[in-house]
Write a protein that binds this ligand. Sequence first.
Ligand SMILES: Nc1nc2c(ncn2[C@@H]2O[C@H](COP(=O)(O)OP(=O)(O)OP(=O)(O)O)[C@@H](O)[C@H]2O)c(=O)[nH]1
Length: 346
Amino acid sequence: MPASERVRLLRFTFAKSRAGLTLLTFTMPLLFAVGWLRDLVVLGASARWTLLLRLALVLALLIAAWLIRASGFSRRTVVFGILYTLVFSVAIAATTAIEPARLSLTHVAVMLMAVILLPFALSRLAATGIIAALALPMCGLLWHLGTPLALWGAYGLFFGAGCAIGLTQRAAHLGASADIFMHRQRLLERLHRDSLTGTANRDGWEARAELMRRTHQRAGTPLSVVYFDLDHFKSINDRYGHARGDALLQEVSTVMRAQLRKYDLLARIGGEEFVALLPDLDAAAATGVAERIRRAVAAIDTPASVTISAGVTQVRDGEPLETTTDRADAALLAAKRLGRDRVEQA
Ligand SMILES: Nc1nc2c(ncn2[C@@H]2O[C@H](COP(=O)(O)OP(=O)(O)OP(=O)(O)O)[C@@H](O)[C@H]2O)c(=O)[nH]1
């Protein structure tokens, strides 16, 4: 798969996997809330204030999770993620009924693990989300090991496994929709490409040219259009045959591409008619490019010698693209009238 496709696929996957991971972000405080509510039932009124404090913390964590969600996974997410992790860890430490004297190395290690893993739970990657979904409840289990509360850790693990399975299924579903997405992209690319020369076709031109015009108008940078037409191509077809004509069209488009920059748009919009859209070039500079192409085409080493005529114009402020292309076409006709194998500027 080409690199550009892979990047597009990754972007698509990231965009789609956000929802599941956001759910995970909210799940963790809710899990703790369930555990603490259970304490309220078991311990009764004697621990009311501690439990109220815990519930207030859960509320704060939910608000923090909401803020993280609202920040839209930008750079701010990282800052919120770190704050969230800190508050979360302090909340665990402050409200877990373990006296400082009983704190063991395991507890410290578990807390560190929780601190390290939470940002992963917030990350966009499904894989790290799954790790966090399983590892965080595992932290809870280890934390309470040897006490009845370990049951809650086990429950969390069970719940985390559910999350992980959900995420895996979602990933599989995403894989299928990504396939459809890529298929659609390839189809669209094929529809916009001229099968003979590999350049854009008329649909491809129409899909991209107007967008480029708007971008350049907004940026206030020059943009030029060049119309090309092979001279007396009919006689070449008649003399050497259609297949040789086809091969010549391919050679000409290769020569043109070699003279253009990567971001110039080249399209075959008719039988032996090409158009190029040249960003950041005014009419004079575009004429220079067209002249270079004219010379390169004339130099193609073939028995069926071919020349090309061109009409150049610059996009004027606020005018529709059609007006510009009409002007370039008129300049091309002038080049034909003046004897062909030449470039005219309008
Ligand atoms: N081999 C080949 N020929 C094509 C293709 N598309 C169009 N043509 C031919 O291109 C020729 C164009 O002829 P005209 O429009 O008369 O233009 P011309 O002979 O190039 O003359 P000028 O443009 O006036 O210099 C026709 O003979 C078409 O059959 C194609 O895809 N392959």
